[in-house]
Design a protein around this ligand. Structure first.
Ligand SMILES: [Zn+2]
Length: 173
C-alpha cells in the first residue's frame, strides 16, 4: 500500500480528504490528465468500477469509471466537472467503496440520472444513465462533495461500522 512518498494509493475512511469538497476544474492541463490516468490505473488495479479524485488525495472535480473493468479492450470514461441535471425514480442497491474497507450496505438512489460534464479533451457531453451506471455516477459525484455512501444508511448501521473499523484498525497496529 506504500508508494515512495509513503502516501496511501487510495485514501480510506475516516481520512479528512474524503470529507472535503473537490473544486471545479478550470484548466484541463497535463497535470489534470496525469491525475486522471493515475486514477484509471488505481481503479483497474483495485479493482473497482469507479473512482473519484478525493480517493487519491486530489481535490479536483474529476471521476473515472468503467463498469466492465475485466473486459479486454478497456474503455475507461473520464468525466470532469460532472453534474446531475435530471433524476428520476428510486432504486436500492448493495454498495461498497474502495475507501470504506470491509463493508457494504444497501443504499437508495435515483433510478435514472442525466449527468453533464466534459471529457478529457474539454468537450461537453451528457450521459443518460440507469441501472448500475446511474448508481455509480451518483456514488462518485457524492465523493466530490465529501459524501460517502455510508452517509445514506441508518445511523445505527453506520455506528456499527465505525465500531467494527475501530477494532480492525487497532488489530492492524
Ligand atoms: Zn466510493
Amino acid at each position: 500500500m506504500n508508494n515512495q512518498e509513503d502516501k496511501p494509493v487510495i485514501y480510506t475512511y475516516p481520512d479528512p480528504v474524503l470529507r472535503a469538497t473537490a473544486l471545479p476544474v478550470e484548466n484541463i492541463d497535463g497535470n489534470l490528465l496525469k491525475i486522471a490516468d493515475h486514477m484509471i490505473n488505481v481503479m483497474y488495479s483495485a479493482p473497482g468500477i469507479g473512482l473519484a479524485a478525493n480517493q487519491v488525495g486530489e481535490l479536483e472535480r474529476l471521476i473515472v469509471f468503467d463498469l466492465q473493468p475485466g473486459k479486454e479492450g478497456r474503455e475507461p470514461c473520464v468525466l470532469i466537472n460532472p453534474e446531475i441535471v435530471l433524476s428520476e425514480g428510486e432504486v436500492k442497491y448493495e454498495e461498497a467503496c474502495l475507501s470504506v474497507i470491509d463493508f457494504s450496505a444497501e443504499v437508495t438512489r435515483d433510478a435514472k440520472v442525466k449527468v453533464r460534464g466534459v471529457d478529457r479533451h474539454g468537450k461537453p457531453f451528457d450521459i443518460e444513465a440507469e441501472g448500475l451506471l446511474a448508481i455509480c455516477l451518483q456514488h462518485e459525484i457524492d465523493h466530490l462533495n465529501g459524501v460517502l455512501y455510508i452517509d445514506h444508511i441508518s445511523s445505527l448501521k453506520r455506528a456499527l461500522y465505525k465500531k467494527k473499523l475501530k477494532k480492525k484498525l487497532k488489530e492492524m497496529k
